[in-house]
Design a protein around this ligand. Structure first.
Ligand code: IMP
Length: 214
């Protein structure tokens, strides 16, 4: 069984979109959630080549700075016809400062160049790797994935990152056309949530057996 967590937890992210989603997913539980941004924590360079390595870098840095348990999410979008790119480099494709139109434009241009926009919609998947790490170096890993297709031009103005071009399988709307409560809803029954992040959170919450607020 996973180790129990009570008291304070640092969310090791400076990404406002991710932070909003992680806070909402943790809101029903008895945990005091702090964020790397509000604590002015440094943003460590993500030098890993896998989602797990990068999530660990962020979690370890937040634990080191605060002495508290930390939860990090490393995520990204893998496009099948681009051999999995942008993948772990999803944020980098937006340049500096981050411009998500640039990132989505790069995906579209590269797909067009290889003729992958001529036939059926390109396949893609979103991945979320969560690492929950304690000051004594104990850690637990949870992963969520959702498959879908890409649409161009982009649709919707909610969400963040690549949300406007991704339609999860079984849904007619892009992530950016859905209300965040729908994208990240955790069903009461055993059915899967829609988003990769909510899918990873379901495992995290089940493993940690957190008590719900009344
Ligand atoms: P990182 O985990 O900080 O390396 O950033 C992951 C990047 O992947 C984000 O900055 C987004 O561009 C993209 N991404 C991850 N999850 C989502 C999502 O739920 N919607 C849209 N884009 C996402």
């Amino acid at each position: 069984m996973a180790r129990q967590l009570s008291g304070r937890l640092v969310l090791a992210t400076h990404n406002k979109g991710k932070l909003r989603e992680m806070q909402a997913l943790l809101a029903p539980f008895h945990i005091e959630v702090l964020s790397a941004g509000e604590l002015n924590l440094p943003e460590p360079p993500e030098t890993g080549t896998t989602y797990i390595e990068n999530a660990r870098i962020k979690a370890m840095s937040a634990v080191h700075e605060t002495g508290l348990p930390a939860l990090a999410d490393d995520s990204g979008m893998d496009v099948a016809a681009l051999d999995g790119a942008p993948g772990v480099y999803s944020a980098d494709w937006a340049g500096e400062p981050r411009d998500w139109d640039v990132a989505m434009g790069r995906v579209e241009t590269q797909l067009r160049q290889i003729g992958a926009l001529a036939g059926s919609p390109p396949r893609a998947s979103f991945h979320s790797t969560l690492i929950l790490r304690w000051p004594d170096q104990h850690e637990e890993i949870f992963e969520g994935r959702v498959d879908g297709t890409l649409v161009f031009p982009k649709r919707g103005d909610r969400g963040f990152g690549y949300d406007p071009i991704f339609v999860p399988d079984g849904q007619g709307l892009t992530f950016a056309e859905m209300a965040p409560e729908v994208k990240n809803a955790v069903p009461e029954d055993d059915s899967l949530p829609i988003s990769h992040r909510a899918r990873a959170f379901v495992q995290l919450r089940a493993a940690c057996l957190w008590t719900k607020k009344p």
